[in-house]
Design a protein around this ligand. Structure first.
Ligand code: F6P
Length: 320
């Protein structure tokens, strides 16, 4: 393997830069040429491809976002767009591609693999919604960003004696809510994997109120089938405790990656290079426990996500 491309696609995630750096420097160290494909699959279609050197990935390990830029590419899903992407790979002489992104990016990598392109996928998304890996690059940073927001909100909500519904990202996955909820001392955590029981939420708030608690933190994942403003209104009406809602939004996607995300990105990026050296592709790189793993892309994407209900139960016990 001599000439490879690297791209980041879908929602950006802190640590993507560290992964691009690891792929680039790891590959150059092992005698390969590396090309950066801008704006994910969209840039591949339009030939936005340029050589990367050791110095072009300098000073990025600590930066959020992605130096390669990113996009969501509906065109890549069309036969014409996909064919253009294949043609571009050929005309730039790229023998393999490393893709960094979430579920959609991994599915794109699988399509490339099926079309005969040597492809390795790295999981880069704040959502932590890929079943085959314990953690995705960017998740830990997002959780820490949410935690810092919860701490700020706690200051004001306890000063005013208010409850706050805090909506966090995660698409259809409740992991950001679960981790940030437990670590932030949330009274209630609502995730899309479970039905919302407004009576149970209000019961918990009332129990607190009856023992003199004047503020609560209710963490809600964005994929939950309930509007957070409406939820706050309901809690106010049913408990008499003034409740506000805040949607944290895109602040969760930015920021300098944590040590954990930089570790994952660096180790996973280098694993991608190790796989490509003998010409191996069709693999998804992940982490299980402390170990970096890789597995067949199709099998990885066929795995069913599970969530850890015990985190909700623990948060409930510890916030009583
Ligand atoms: O996948 C990352 C993510 O931030 C999700 O948590 C969220 O649902 C989505 O992307 C938002 O996407 P967009 O950037 O297109 O608004």
């Amino acid at each position: 393997m001599k000439k490879i491309g690297v791209l980041t696609s879908g929602g950006d995630a802190p640590g993507m830069n560290a992964a691009v750096r690891a792929v680039t420097r790891g590959a150059i160290y092992n005698g390969m040429e590396v090309y950066g494909i801008a704006r994910g699959y969209e840039g591949l279609i339009y030939g936005e491809i340029r050589p990367l050197s050791i110095s072009s990935v300098g000073d990025i390990i600590h930066r959020g976002g992605t130096m390669l830029k990113t996009d969501r590419s509906p065109d890549f899903m069309t036969p014409a767009g996909f064919q253009r992407a294949l043609n571009m790979l050929e005309s730039f002489g790229l023998e393999a591609v490393v893709t960094i992104g979430g579920d959609g990016t991994m599915r794109g990598a699988l399509e490339l693999t099926k079309a005969g392109v040597t492809t390795v996928g790295l999981p880069g998304t704040i959502d932590n919604d890929l079943a085959y890996t314990d953690f995705t690059i960017g998740f830990d940073t997002a959780v820490n960003t949410v935690l810092s927001a919860i701490s700020n909100i706690r200051d004001t909500s306890s000063s005013h004696g208010r409850s706050t519904v805090i909506e966090v990202m995660g698409r259809d996955c409740g992991d950001i809510a679960l981790y940030a909820g437990l670590c932030g001392g949330a009274d209630v955590i609502l995730i899309p994997e479970e039905e919302v029981d407004i009576n149970a939420v209000c019961r918990k708030v009332m129990e607190g109120k009856n023992r003199g608690k004047t503020s609560n933190i209710i963490v809600v994942a964005e994929g939950v089938d309930a509007d957070s403003q409406e939820l706050a209104k309901d809690v106010t009406e049913r408990t008499g405790l003034e409740t506000r809602a805040v949607v944290l939004g895109y602040i969760q996607r930015g920021g300098s990656p944590t040590a954990k995300d930089r570790m994952l990105a660096s180790r996973m990026g280098y694993r991608a290079v190790e796989l490509l050296m003998p010409g191996g592709g069709g693999r998804a790189v992940g982490v299980r426990g402390e170990e970096i793993i890789d597995m067949d892309l199709a099998e990885a994407l066929a795995m069913k996500r599970r969530y850890d209900r015990s985190i909700i139960e623990l948060a409930d016990v510890l916030s009583r």
